[in-house]
Design a protein around this ligand. Sequence first.
Ligand code: AMP
Ligand code: MG
Length: 401
Amino acid sequence: MAPFIIASARLVHLNPSIKSNPNLLSATKSLFTFKSSYSPIVSSSSSSAVSMSYDKQLIAAKKAASLAARLCQKVQKGLLESDVQSKSDKSPVTVADYGSQVVVSFVLQRELPSQAFSLVAEEESGDLRKEESQETLGRITKLVNDTIANDGTYNVSPLSEADVLRIIDCGTSEGGSNGQHWVLDPIDGTKGFLRGDQYAIALGLLDEGKVVLGVLACPNLPLESIGSLKDQHALGKAGCLFSAQLSCGTYMESLDGSPPVKVHVSDTENPEDASFFESYEAAHSSHSLSGAIAKKLGVKAPPVRIDSQAKYGALSRGDGAIYLRFPNKGYREKIWDHAAGYIVIAEAGGVASDAGGKPLDFSKGRYLDLDTGIIVTNQKLMPALLKAVQDSLKEQALPSL
Ligand code: AMP
Ligand code: MG
């Protein structure tokens, strides 16, 4: 389906352009020594003894997500340029999903060799171990090795297919409320990736069940605001990296390197000035319910519909003021779909909660337990938004006369 046929919404569409590796093996082994080697870094600049700095982890996370973004961009470019590749063919996305997960896991373990490593990530190697996936596994391995070699930071011998499978399975952690766990969606917004639209590499870190840092690499997100754009051809340069650390704010820089700038959510108090974001895919979030909520609140602008946690990134710099997400009843949200975005918004002065107003709880394992949906806005608008959400949900529950 062409992305521009829904006239009432502004849509941002863009075609932008261990063969026995001892270090990796030891990093992988560290999974099993997590408790004993867990050593928090205490900030020397902080007056509070319990105040933690995650500076080292943030640097590693930015490096990991940026490198994975390069891999994904290469795959997406090939997909969009290919004459023979059908857009409904899921294989490029499979290659990029796995490849991105391997790159992130590899970089984190290389950059933080003395720290225990636990990763909650979307992909696992089961399907790739099947006979029919041999060719795909070969493509992923080549893609990962090319990405690492082109970057030039790591002087390692190429990974074998067995290494790749093992590294993918570093992501099977259950997370939880104890210790530190990385949380990764290697490609968030798969459908957007296939369309040539928005997607994100989303990486967060949990410490004792709380998100303490987050990085969103959004290769197709324009550096300028997408909130007021009417013409998709006026998008300009794309490729944003958002990063946030607990109590340190949220920053944005370009993926190809620029000084980070501190960003802040919109401070509008007036819903009439507030535009809202939602999923491009109606199957992921009810467009009719969010439309009813926006109307009740007095929002005038049409929704901005884009894929992935790029929505959190765009909101953190004030492109819009509200993000509404209402999946079908029974759908269980995964922590990797929100962890990075949650702290990117919180550190930019915003707030994300479930539809009942409760903060999102990332301490319960791979899933989020929440009431009905996810709503995001600034502190001032939240009370009015919550009321509009509650009223709209009540109305929706009433039998129509
Ligand atoms: P978005 O692009 O914001 O719609 O979100 C993309 C994410 O939605 C994907 O990474 C999936 O994990 C998640 N997803 C997949 N199916 C559903 C569904 N039925 N409802 C809500 N979210 C979904
Ligand atoms: Mg996802």
